[in-house]
Write a protein that binds this ligand. Structure first.
Ligand code: UD1
Ligand code: M6R
Length: 371
């Protein structure tokens, strides 16, 4: 049921404040007499000891689910102290890459039925790793075959382009990081800031959804482009990859997410007055590096569109050069949840304006059950 919406993708983008609430329901604990703030993940409680002792955590997934894990990687590294590596399921299988008994392998999948991810799970089980699932579908193959896991509880996702599952996956992995990380004195302020940020996240997502019309206007400007680049780094490298994946899969426009730190190692050669480039430069520890990326793009007459924190247009666009997308500022590790929303809206409007099928893009299936 699409309700008042024209497409499932549109509905699913706009219901993110609610789906995120459902994801966190009963899992975030605040208050009480000692004002303790904690995270409860029922599906993992008997396994945290093993996870903390593992030699590394390996995230495994495809497409959007891989991107969500990439977005959560920095906070998991920071809070858990365990090395975190990333594997695209098909690539792990192609290489028959190393997976050990001492590993915790985390399988991220909205459908829980993706063939590549499922086969990588079988491979990791054979190799003796602790296998954890992060899935949206209760009773799915991945939920059944993993040793333990967390359901993201985002509600059924119908549109082929994954939107609300992405933001719920990131939130679950941020909660996972909090749950694995010890409650040391030194990390207390940080942990509390993240938990407060999680509580407030649905409100902030509601706020960023107000950019709908602005994103539609931007889509009108970009409707006839051949290509669109997105530059991100740090917490928002994943945002660039995910924004580009959305644009290519539904709007059928070439789009590439690029790690901004790699700009001088090749992509800079593409820059001219015509190619649109979205640079994600919200306030975090990478901000000054992104400012210099923006300067270098301007120096080459690049057509730059900057995503920045609210009120910071002046510091990212000196002299009013280029367009800006201002988004609400949240705790750095949660910023990817906010930043992806305007890009989802942009992909959606580009698709409608270009006249393509939003919910059933050409050649794609919601659940990829063949290899
Ligand atoms: C569970 C109940 C929820 C109830 C809550 C009350 C289910 C599906 N969930 O939620 O309805 O309100 O207790 O305490 O009945 N699992 C995997 N692999 C996965 C995902 C999950 O093995 O990919 C396992 C978990 O380890 C767990 C079970 O499935 O044993 C349920 O997981 P989850 O729904 O996340 O647990 P709770 O949040 O505790
Ligand atoms: O169901 P899964 O999360 O395992 O699916 C993985 C990918 O097939 C999926 O995310 C795909 O990239 C989407 N169409 C992206 O919107």
């Amino acid at each position: 049921n699409k309700g008042n919406y024209e497409h499932y993708m549109q509905k699913e983008i706009h219901e993110q404040p609610e789906s995120l609430k459902t994801t966190m329901r009963g899992r975030l604990i605040r208050g009480g007499s000692c004002k303790a703030k904690t995270v409860l993940l029922g599906g993992l409680k008997d396994h945290f000891k093993t996870i903390r002792r593992s030699r590394r955590i390996v995230f495994i997934g495809c497409g959007t689910s891989y991107n969500a894990a990439l977005a959560a990687r920095p906070i998991l590294e920071e809070l858990s102290g365990v090395p975190v590596t990333m594997e695209i399921a098909s690539d792990l299988l192609d290489r028959q890459g190393p997976i050990y008994r001492e590993d915790t392998a985390v399988f991220v999948s909205q459908s829980g039925e993706t063939a590549d991810t499922l086969q990588a799970l079988e491979y990791a089980l054979e190799n003796g790793a602790l296998c954890v699932g992060i899935t949206n579908t209760v009773g799915s193959a991945i939920a059944r075959h993993t040793h333990c896991g967390v359901h993201i509880n985002a509600g059924a996702e119908i549109g082929v382009a994954s939107t609300k599952a992405y933001t719920s996956q990131i939130v679950v992995m941020a909660m996972l990081a909090l749950a694995i990380g010890g409650d040391t004195i030194s990390s207390q302020t940080r942990r509390e800031a993240i938990i407060d940020g999680l509580f407030d996240l649905p409100n902030k997502v509601r706020e960023v959804l107000n950019l709908d019309q602005e994103m539609k206007d931007l889509a009108k400007l970009l409707i006839a482009e051949q290509s669109l680049l997105m530059f991100g780094r740090g917490y928002n490298y994943a945002t660039a990859l995910e924004g580009a994946l959305k644009v290519k899969e539904v709007a059928l426009m070439h789009s590439e997410g690029i790690l901004a730190g790699e700009m001088k190692h090749g992509p800079l050669a593409l820059v001219d007055e015509n190619l649109p480039i979205i640079v994600i430069a919200t306030r975090d520890s990478c901000f000054s590096k992104q400012q210099s990326v923006i300067q270098q793009l301007h120096a080459r007459k690049g057509r730059v569109i900057v995503m920045c924190s609210k009120g910071e247009a002046v510091s990212v666009c000196p002299g009013g050069l280029g367009r800006v997308i201002e988004v609400p500022h949240v705790e750095d590790c949660l910023q990817p949840v906010i930043n992806v929303v305007p890009l989802q809206l942009l992909a959606y409007h580009l698709t409608v304006l270009r006249g393509y099928n939003v919910d059933q893009p050409r050649n794609l299936a919601k659940s990829v059950t063949t290899q």
